[in-house]
Design a protein around this ligand. Structure first.
Ligand SMILES: N[C@@H](CCC(=O)N[C@@H](CS)C(=O)NCC(=O)O)C(=O)O
Length: 261
């Protein structure tokens, strides 16, 4: 059975975090049974270390950056650990290889493009990331808030030059500027998707691939944190001819399935 490590929150269904949603959707789409182990931010490092899961990067001080999603795949019959792995792209590659009877998410010959897209995605939606960090902070459980505030302020220190997210300038004007930039980021993504629209709504046109869950995870994250009924989310659903509304509806089956674990 696979265990997915994910971060809890006060949002409906608890799962809110962008990168773990990629894996949650992938597991649900493939129909692979899994259970969730909820881990608050300050516990990610010790919990993953205790399972021998390697860091996915380095922090500024040179120490390992431990992140979720991470999975532990244990053979229930023998107790043998099949894999203990973090990082959403290697995880989906592992799932494709270890579960060959499930639908592939990295079609033959697309691995490099899928990886480049997945790894570059967060940078490509940076203005959205900024808004979501600010909006998401109070929705975390108290135990995670301090870590999240200082860690994300450090990531974006070159932009804001402060040590806590609460200190980011957030006037109406600032917010309007971030939203205008957010729209530009989604306009650019829309343009990219338009190229395959004649074949279908997905990144590759007519077939779902991991890139769709990279996009879908970010839309779920936005909808959850902004609130389905919020003016901001409703605005987003009208952008680019309603593409994002159709997209999130298109993956809703796996969103619902993914929360049942
Ligand atoms: N490249 C990684 C990025 C994962 C990542 O940064 N995850 C965040 C949550 S969305 C995390 O675990 N952060 C830990 C921290 O900030 O200490 C992936 O695709 O899985």
């Amino acid at each position: 059975m696979i265990t997915l490590f994910d971060i809890p929150s006060t949002a409906p269904g608890s799962a809110w975090s962008l990168n773990p949603w990629r894996t949650r959707l992938a597991l649900a789409y493939k129909g692979i049974p899994f259970r969730t182990e909820w881990v608050e931010y300050p516990d990610i490092r010790p919990v993953l270390q205790s399972h021998n899961i390697q860091p996915t990067g380095k922090l500024a001080d040179g120490s390992g950056y431990y992140s979720v999603p991470a999975i532990l795949d244990i053979d229930d019959a023998t107790g043998e650990v099949n894999t203990a792995l973090a990082d959403s792209f290697p995880i989906v590659k592992y799932l494709d290889e270890a579960y060959p009877d499930t639908p592939r998410l990295i079609p033959e010959g697309t691995s490099e493009d899928q990886e480049t897209f997945a790894r570059g995605y967060i940078r490509s939606i940076l203005p959205i990331l900024i808004i979501m960090i600010k909006v998401g902070l109070p929705k975390l459980n108290e135990r995670s808030q301090d870590h999240y505030s200082t860690a994300r302020a450090e990531d974006l220190f070159p932009l804001f030059k402060v040590k806590r997210v609460e200190k980011w300038p957030w006037s109406e004007e600032d917010q309007a500027k971030h939203w205008a930039d957010a729209k530009k980021a989604l306009d650019a993504l829309d343009e990219k998707l338009t190229a395959t629209d004649a074949k279908g709504p997905w990144y590759l046109g007519d077939r779902i691939s991991f890139a769709d869950f990279v996009i879908g995870a970010s839309l779920i994250w936005m909808e959850l944190l902004l609130g389905e009924e919020s003016e901001e989310w409703k605005n987003v659903t009208t952008w680019n001819g309603g593409r994002w509304k159709r997209f999130i509806e298109g993956i809703s089956e796996w969103r619902v399935k993914g929360l049942k674990n």
